[in-house]
Design a protein around this ligand. Sequence first.
Ligand SMILES: [Zn+2]
Length: 246
Amino acid sequence: MNISEQELEIFSRHLILKEFDEAAFKKLQKKKITLIGLGGIGCPAIQYLVSTGVKNIKLIDGDIVQKNNLNRQLLFSINDIKKSKAVVAKERLKNINPECNIDIERYNINSKNINDALNNSSLIIDTTDNWKTMILINRYCVKRSIPLISSSAIGFDGQVILFKNKPKNHLCLQCIFPTNKEPDISRCDSVGIAGIAAGMTGLVTAQKALNFLTNYKDDNYITMINAKSLKITNLMIEKNKKCRVF
Ligand SMILES: [Zn+2]
C-alpha cells in the first residue's frame, strides 16, 4: 500500500518526526480501530487518530446530537441537532482525510449485536462510560484476545486503561473492578463534566492507541488525568487471579 500524494501532504509534519517514519505510518494505516461511543472522549480521540493517519475505522453510536453535547463533543455543531452522531462524525472525519475508510453502526452495543459489531478489529476503544456496556465489551475482548482501551471522565478527572488481552494472560477491567454491579460513582448528568477534561482524556486515549499500534512500550497501568491541576499520573495495575470475567 502506497501513501498517496494527498496523504503525504496532510501528514507531512507527522512523517518528519524521527520516531515516525513511512514504514510506521504504513503499518498504522493497515490497522482497524473500532470506537464505541461518540461522546466527549470519543470525539477528540477519533479526530486525533484520523489526524495521525489511522485509516480504517468503525464508529458505533446509536445516539443523536443534542444541544448539551456541544460543550465537549467538538465533531458536532448547532446545525447537527437531532442528526445521527455516527453519520455526522463520519462526514467530519472524511473532511480531515477523504481517503480514510469509515464504517458506521447506528445502534448501541448489546449482547445480541456485539459479535457483528466488533469482529475484525485491531483495537477497540470503549468510551461509552456505561458500566453494563463496558463489562460486556470487556468480556468479549478478553475471550477473543482483542486489545481494548477503556476511557471515562467525570468532573475534572479522566482515566484511560489499555488492556492488551494477550491469549491466556489477561488483565482486564473486571480484574480491577471485580463486580457485575455498577460501581457507586457519580455520573456526568448529575455532577457534570468539564469539556476540557473530556478533551484531555480523549487525547490521552488517542496517544495510548497510537503507542500501542506502533509498538511503543506501554506497561500495564491506568493513566489518570486531572484537568484542573494539570496532573497526569500512571498507576501500575495487576492481574487478579480470581477474576470472574469468564
Ligand atoms: Zn480479568
